[in-house]
Design a protein around this ligand. Sequence first.
Ligand code: PAF
Length: 297
Amino acid sequence: MKIIRDKESMRALAITEKAAGRRIGFVPTMGALHEGHASLVRAAVAQDDVSVVSIFVNPTQFAPHEDLDTYPRTFEADCALLEELGVDVVYAPERASLYPDGYATYVTVEGLSEGLCSLSRPHFFRGVATVVTKLFATVLPDRAYFGQKDAQQCAIIKRMATDLDLGVEIIEMPIVREPDGLAMSSRNRYLSESERHEALRISAALRKAEALLAAGERDAATLLRRVRTEMAPLPVDYAVLVDAATIAPVTRVEGEVLLAVAVNMGSARLIDNIKYKAPVTPSASDRLKSEESVSCC
Ligand code: PAF
């Protein structure tokens, strides 16, 4: 496994691999790796010719009052895990090389970046979209892997990849959970034992919502009321039902929806979600048409 620190060497390697007809699979991370990251890495290793994982704690997605300085940095352990998973390249650039003095260019994905997490972290998605664009420009991936836990981030990066003709296929991988249901996150390590226990209300509430959806509940207000009741008394930042692709709020479950929640637990902000695709029920006129086609054959 190669560890590359400078963007020139990373780009040169990517150009060589692509010239040889090899496809690059890329997993961008901020390190502090856990089983959720490992699932993305396994997919890249299995599906692509060359796997690249970046480790870079991106300053532009943190507000001044947030945890940039204390964000867990576990580079040695991360590299040991990535080596074990069979990764070809770790790209770990220095902050000054990505954001030198005078840096002034940012990527904003309008609309999708406006609700949910950006209400309490207005700077966040501009930082994510900017660094992911920069990483793509250096790593030149054919495919890039992201986790569904960051569902709004996934929707934004898919939109950005399409709108900017980046030529990267964005693969969204399922949420990986602890055996008791807590969605894996690098920030879970900020939780005290009792907060960790209380946090289980989040996945339990989402499981309840899933059961209601499976039983046919389609009213957003009813579903969200139930989710909030199940999560009480946790300090909920948001609980929303939105269209999974546009992240626009919906009042009824139709097509694919995302039920997403964020909770502030001590110094950790936990997010989690479920996606649900409502089965298409044929309209009365569709039913009539199909009855007519059966009767005329
Ligand atoms: O999801 C993350 O870990 C980060 O937001 C990402 C995509 C690596 C950008 O810094």
